[in-house]
Ligand binder design. Structure first.
Ligand code: AGP
Length: 608
């Protein structure tokens, strides 16, 4: 959600800013803009719509200079338009500012500034900050930014330049993510690492209430009081090529096909030497985990679905009572937290505002947090007491795929670890369940090879306007995930339901030819699933079934069957996810959708 990039050095500012913005495109946006300083004047270019439009303008009218800021905007205050796009400037056109987040008290400040004769041109909360900095400006950009941000409520990351101080970018973080890239005779700032990787692998992750002043050969960090602080430099291991699509037409498809490799990598990391190893940042002692009273999982979207699967695993294997909550509900519902619970936050990006707020809510109650996060150094990673990394590599497509299956995989292993610590499962059975994971990458590859069957089915159903997804037991959350995947990238209405719940209302939606995706691999609830499918079939539904190879009975019930290799019931959501993702992907493609950047969505949801 909103992407910031800032550059100071010797390179051409057009190409650095544009390349950085393309790298941040995955975050979701509806307008964009850039600004630089040329001969003591600000130069600003802004457009509505795709980055291609900004590139077009810059080809016709390039910026000049070697310092600049750029932005992709995901509208919150004010519709997507050229005027509301960032950078926003002050009255004198001396200060230009890009912003990610929301300034909650902007209205009061705006009224105050209007009384002081500031003239506003946009409907954004961001422009208020540009004028507030102007109000405090007396020749020292750093000081005026500090004074201004101390007045703000909300979450924000900003990058500011001033024509009167053409050698520096001042950037401040409070809530929204901000990373500094340290180069040779060049320095950068951005909302996320991909925007920096073409220039440097040396980064500094900014914490809340910290400021950075970047010059070509100097970088200084400050706290909220303007005192100089030391920050730790880190080296990023990713290569810029890991951010490319390779031979795939979309990131989403590439990421779907990377899943066997992600699971293989995690088997090596987590089970090396026959012992559980949850990584360098795990930080939870066996003693502590053995004495948990219960587990509370909070997450959003696809990560919440993975968390829901975690409930079945923790209760089924480790016999620990587990609650799962959507973070935006958890943080406001005044949860009762008695005993010694473990709070888990699950997030691919590690920056989701509601999940982060839920984590802080739990911390305020002195509870310990264990997170499952893909992006190392992200806010959720930093603020948790321990983190299990997903090791999925950068996930660029807005639809989460490989991070999701890695989340389930980590939860599976963690539940087996807990079952061991709590003596909840026979040791031999535990060993058997651990061994099961080794077969998963091969089974995933087999599903991915059979993609033609899924393509054929999507051709048949591509014009449907509504889909129902049903599952039971541990594959009920898979049904929720299948429906979410389809709706977010194809814009076709889809809803997920526990199959046993259909006759309590939703079955009224079923008429002749209503498409239903039924998730029915062999499991402890298989027979129940068959009954539920029969009930829908009788009412004319068209059934697309995901079933276990060798299942002959299902052929009679399903209009179309997608087979997956048989596997341990509690690992089946990892396999089931693949046909669901491919189904959504091909339906979306056949409907001409932009699968990597679906409308209205952002990869990192950094506002609540
Ligand atoms: C996934 O396909 C979605 N785009 C979305 O639901 C996502 O899972 C959610 O926003 C949570 O994101 P996170 O995992 O980065 O916290």
């Amino acid at each position: 959600m909103c992407g910031i990039v800032g550059y100071v050095g010797d390179k051409d500012v057009n190409s650095v800013l544009m390349a950085g913005l393309w790298r941040l495109e995955y975050r979701g946006y509806d307008s964009s803009g850039v600004a630089s300083i040329v001969n003591g004047d600000l130069e600003v270019r802004k457009v509505e719509g795709k980055l291609m439009n900004l590139e077009g303008i810059l080809r016709e009218k390039p910026l000049v200079g070697n310092i600049g800021i750029g932005h992709t905007r995901w509208a919150t205050h004010g519709e997507p338009s050229e005027q509301n796009a960032h950078p926003q400037v002050d009255c004198e056109e001396n200060i230009a500012l890009v912003h990610n987040g929301v300034i909650e008290n902007y209205y009061t400040i705006k009224e105050e500034l209007i009384k002081k004769k500031h003239v506003f041109k946009s409907n954004t909360d961001t422009e208020v900050l540009a004028h507030l900095i102007e109000e405090y400006y007396n020749g020292d950009l750093k000081e005026s930014v500090l004074k201004a941000v101390r007045r703000l409520e909300g979450s924000f990351a900003i990058a500011v330049i001033a024509a009167s101080e053409p050698d520096k970018i001042v950037s401040y973080k409070s809530g929204s993510p901000l990373i500094v890239g340290l180069g040779k005779k060049e320095n950068l700032v951005a909302s996320d690492i991909p925007a920096l990787l073409d220039h440097t692998k040396h980064i500094v992750i900014m914490n809340d209430n910290e400021m950075v002043v970047l010059q070509k050969e100097n970088v200084e960090f400050y706290n909220r009081d303007g005192e100089s602080i030391e920050k730790e430099e880190r080296e990023i291991k990713w290569s810029p090529t890991s951010l490319d699509k390779g031979d795939f037409p979309h990131y989403m498809l590439k990421e779907i096909y990377e899943q066997p490799e992600v699971i293989e990598r995690n088997i090596d990391l987590r089970l090396e030497g026959g012992e559980f190893d949850f990584g360098e940042n795990f930080n939870f002692s066996p003693h502590k985990l053995a004495h948990l009273s219960h587990i509370v999982i909070q997450a959003c979207g696809t990560s919440w679905h993975a968390g829901y699967i975690g409930k079945y695993l923790f209760e089924g294997y480790a016999r620990i009572h587990t609650e799962v909550d959507i973070s935006s509900e958890f943080r406001y519902r005044k949860p009762v937290m008695e005993g010694e619970p473990l709070v888990m936050a699950i997030s691919q990006s590690g920056e989701t505002a509601d999940t982060l707020a839920g984590l802080r809510e739990a911390k305020a109650k002195f509870l310990e947090i264990l997170s499952l996060v893909n992006v190392r150094g992200s806010a959720i990673d930093r603020e948790s007491d321990g983190t299990i990394y997903l090791n999925a590599g950068p996930e660029i497509g807005v639809a989460s795929t490989k991070a999701y299956t890695s989340q389930i995989f980590q939860l599976y292993l963690f539940s087996l670890y807990l079952s061991k610590l709590k003596w909840a499962m026979d040791a031999t059975e535990n060993e058997e369940k651990i061994k099961e994971v080794n077969s998963i990458p091969k089974k995933m590859k087999k599903i991915l090879k059979n993609v033609d069957k899924i393509k054929e089915i999507t051709e048949k159903y591509k014009n449907e306007k509504h889909f129902m997804f049903i599952g039971r037991g541990i594959n009920y959350p898979s049904a929720l995930e299948g429906a979410l995947k389809l709706k977010e990238i194809s814009y076709i209405h889809a809803t997920g339901y526990p199959a046993g719940e259909m006759k309590h209302g939703p079955i009224a939606l079923i008429s002749k030819n209503s498409p239903v995706v039924a998730i029915a691999p062999h499991s402890s609830v298989y027979e129940k699933m068959l009954t539920n499918i029969e009930e829908l079939k009788t009412r004319g539904a068209k059934i697309i079934v995901i079933a276990s190879e060798g299942d002959k009975r299902i052929k009679e019930l399903g209009d179309d069957v997608i087979y997956i290799p048989p596997c341990e019931e509690n690992l089946s959501p990892v396999l089931v996810a693949l046909p669901l993702q491919l189904f959504a992907y091909y339906i979306a493609i056949l409907n001409g959708r932009d699968v990597d950047r679906p409308r209205n969505l952002a990869k990192s949801v950094t506002v609540e």
